[in-house]
Design a protein around this ligand. Structure first.
Ligand code: CA
Length: 228
């Protein structure tokens, strides 16, 4: 079931939109001001957003802009003022559709359905993210994000590159010099101690107990390997 977020401060309009969408089997949530709307739009798992422009708190213009920067979901703008819609078009904020109040609720439902269907098609042809999963660790190489037992952890660029390289070549022992050369792209006359420092930082993030690593093992006198 698709989830729709309505960001609308006029209760009667919000409820009317909600009723019509629910009749079409959508799951609907209403946010009655800009701040709640923005927070829900970015954190909730919505498939489409119906956005009023004039709102208490953060206005619809900034909400639209921030959704566009962070989320790939359809946004339908509704506004009582046609010139506001012209303005948002002019600013190139990339809403998917615009409706001027008053509008017919069934027309809105039809547009919601059309946009969801279009997004499904677009998403269908999107290349999949390149993901490595080893036990509790999930590395999204495309988005450069890492989760450990479902919890996202922040990595610096080099930490990410080093972890990914080891995880892509499991059970292979790499010398520190080799890792330094691979990740830092320099000849091994650089400071290979930086490898040790980065391994330590990575372990702090992925290992339950850094002194008894379950993932990146130290092979004494040689280097490291990612164990699977
Ligand atoms: Ca309003």
């Amino acid at each position: 079931m698709s989830k729709i977020l309505i960001i609308e401060d006029e209760e009667a309009i919000a409820n009317l939109e909600k009723d019509y969408l629910e009749l079409s089997d959508f799951e609907v949530e209403i946010a009655a001001d800009g701040n709640t709307g923005l927070e829900r739009a970015l954190s909730g798992n919505f498939d489409l957003i119906v956005l009023d422009l004039m709102l208490p708190g953060v206005d619809g213009f900034s909400i639209c802009q921030q959704i566009r920067e962070q989320r790939d979901i359809p946004v339908i703008i509704v506004s009582a003022r046609k010139d506001d819609i012209d303005k948002i078009r002019g600013l190139g904020m990339g809403a998917d559709d615009y409706m001027t109040k008053p509008f017919s609720p069934s027309e809105m439902v039809a547009r919601v359905k059309a946009h969801l269907a279009r997004y499904d098609r677009l998403v269908g042809i999107k290349p999949e993210n390149d993901i490595i999963e080893i036990r509790g660790i999930k590395i999204d190489k495309t988005a450069r994000r890492v989760w450990v037992n479902g919890e996202e952890k922040a990595f610096t660029n080099k930490e990410f590159d080093l972890l990914t390289f080891l995880a892509e070549n499991p059970n292979h022992v790499f010398k520190k010099e080799e890792l330094f050369q691979k990740i830092w792209n320099m000849e091994s006359f650089g400071d290979i101690a930086t490898v040790t420092v980065h391994i330590k930082k990575i372990r702090e993030k992925i290992e339950f107990n850094s002194s008894k690593p379950q993932y990146i093992e130290t092979i004494w006198g040689v280097g490291y390997r990612f164990k699977i």
